[in-house]
Design a protein around this ligand. Sequence first.
Ligand code: ZN
Length: 397
Amino acid sequence: MLKNDYVTKLINLEGIKFKDIDIQEDTIRVFVTAKNDVHLCQKCCRPTSRLVDVTPKVYRDLDLAGRASFIEIDLRRFECNNCFCTFTESLSFAAPHRHYTGRFERQVYECCRETTATYTGSKFGISDKTAAEIYQNIAKQKRKEAQILPPTQVIGIDEIAMHKGHKDFVVVITDLTNKKVIDVLKDRKKAALKAYMAGWSEEFRKGIKFVAIDLWGPYRSVVESMLPKAKAVADRFHVMQNLNKALDKCRKQAKRESADQEIWKNAKYAVLRNREDLTEEQEKILNKVLMESVKLKRCYELKESFRGIFNDSNERKTGTAKLHAWILDIVRQDVIGYYAFVKTLLNWEENILNYFDEWVSSGFVEGVNNKIKLIKRKAFGFVNFENFRTKIIDCFS
Ligand SMILES: [Zn+2]
């Protein structure tokens, strides 16, 4: 027979006394009683020990010796001597109305955080729905605790589609100084974003010096009106994306005009990728198509030299001079395919050049995006926006 205090130590839960244990092939049931016989009334806070009734209750606990383990306790209800209200005793190892011990839920949470609800469910012998629910509960609680934002100088505003191929965009606000996700918003409209930022303390807003945004006018205007000390920086990656779109149009047109359709096979990425990243095969394809079309060759070379503006300049003055020279080149060579892009450049010039004041790197945002993709792919059983939001903030808090 196991000694009582030995088992009490083994199960290591506070405030309980061991009564009995039942060990089966794949389960262990531990019967316990609560130590404390005097409880404070939950309404008037006076002590009472007047027992009304008991209800047996079972809590799933961490596995013991490779078996699913359960804590069974007779949960007592007390009556207050003073105000006569009744209340159920509270336990230190489990929250009211839960069926799991706190430490079991914390392990489920950790597992969900790293893997999926489905995997966690099967590992802990619970449904994936339950695993997801436990995860969400703890993550939300943690978010509440972390609601005071640490000061930051650089934030990013990005948007991502919740579902692949759909236009259901959500806005992800990141703290690039502290490498955290501040929040995920359902609405990317100007008014919604403004209202959201109005909830930030004045001190927090004034501390922000740079905001990395994509080329979306409403974001710029929100930054200007809500963050008086901040400069909006047009994200370099998005600028490049715009140019690549224009280049791709040129490629399509050159292909249409070409007599030899064979050489255009797999040409898209050979043209769009950074030259130094090309495989040998892509380099060959690229050379062929550039030989075929003079127009495309010009556009291609301009794309590569545009990249150089950001890569080779490290101060605003040289960056500005190079950008202006590049724009002039377009006009001189009359590269019609890039005119719309030049218009964007002129419209966003100030914000693009702000890049040289603060090297806002999109590295962290890229990391967040990758994680988001992973979350979406694994689905986690979290289909709705609130769950999605909780998960992203929790992963980067
Ligand atoms: Zn009372």
